[in-house]
Design a protein around this ligand. Structure first.
Ligand SMILES: C[S@@+](CC[C@H](N)C(=O)[O-])C[C@H]1O[C@@H](n2cnc3c(N)ncnc32)[C@H](O)[C@@H]1O
Length: 224
């Protein structure tokens, strides 16, 4: 359970929070569209946190989540299913796909959808994509049974599929978010390590590390 009043974090937690800052992928958002199962929402939040994605948006037309992130952080169902990641990763809910798309578009985000099927104008396999082309990127995951909506497909730049080699139609929502976000975050972290952004655009003289130093290894020696 999370207390109502946030307690001061332990120094070791603050140290970790500081250390991961540079590895978080700026302007990368995972969107879950109308998920049915709270366990899947928790898994996506956990994956987002673990892989250094910036935020989670949830299209929640059935109003299953509170509007306020502080309230979400205190919900045992989300806290437990995300193994506390909701405490550290910002989550925002939207009433509809349209509301979420409009908000993202107003902030300059491009969207890509994910599906095991060929959808929209452009469909690619995950490993074929360059996910650094857009400074601001939202990656959409669909409902457990219906998949991604036609509206999200229509307003997205492309549809990304994880190649399937088995007899079943699709992967689980939580699992697919882990695979897709791993590849996208990996590419964007590499890009961020080489290039500055905002006011200080251009190549860095020395690339930043792209992986965190294991204990006992100097940060400058990690990930080179
Ligand atoms: C259980 S699947 C939905 C299956 C649904 N019947 C459909 O047509 O998409 C839930 C979500 O996981 C993601 N997903 C599952 N398998 C995937 C794959 N092979 N490639 C990309 N995304 C996948 C998609 O976002 C999908 O909407």
């Amino acid at each position: 359970m999370v207390d109502d009043e946030p307690k001061k974090s332990k120094p070791s937690v603050r140290k970790r929070a500081e250390a991961i800052k540079n590895f978080r992928c700026k302007n990368l958002i995972a969107v879950i569209e109308d998920p049915n199962d709270i366990k899947n929402i928790g898994t996506v939040i956990r994956n987002v946190n673990a892989l250094g994605v910036e935020k989670v948006y949830v299209v929640d037309p059935r109003n299953t989540l509170p509007d306020d992130w502080q309230e979400m952080r205190g919900r045992p169902s989300l806290f437990n299913t995300s193994v506390s990641a909701v405490k550290w990763t910002f989550v925002r809910r939207f009433d509809s796909t349209e509301a979420c798309l409009s908000y993202l578009e107003s902030k300059g985000f491009a969207s890509v959808v994910t599906s095991p099927h060929v959808k929209g104008k452009t469909s690619i396999f995950l490993h074929e994509g360059d996910y650094t082309r857009h400074t601001k990127l939202a990656v959409w995951f669909g409902n457990e049974s219906r998949g991604i909506s036609p509206l999200a497909v229509e307003r997205s730049e492309m549809c990304v599929a994880i190649p399937m080699f088995g007899m079943i139609e699709s992967l689980n929502l939580g699992t697919s978010s882990g695979i897709v976000l791993y590849e996208i975050a990996r590419q964007r972290r590499e890009y961020q390590s080489k290039y500055r952004y905002r006011k200080h655009k251009g190549e860095r003289a020395t690339p930043l590390p792209t992986v965190m130093a294991p204990e006992g290894v100097a940060p400058e020696d990690a990930g080179q």
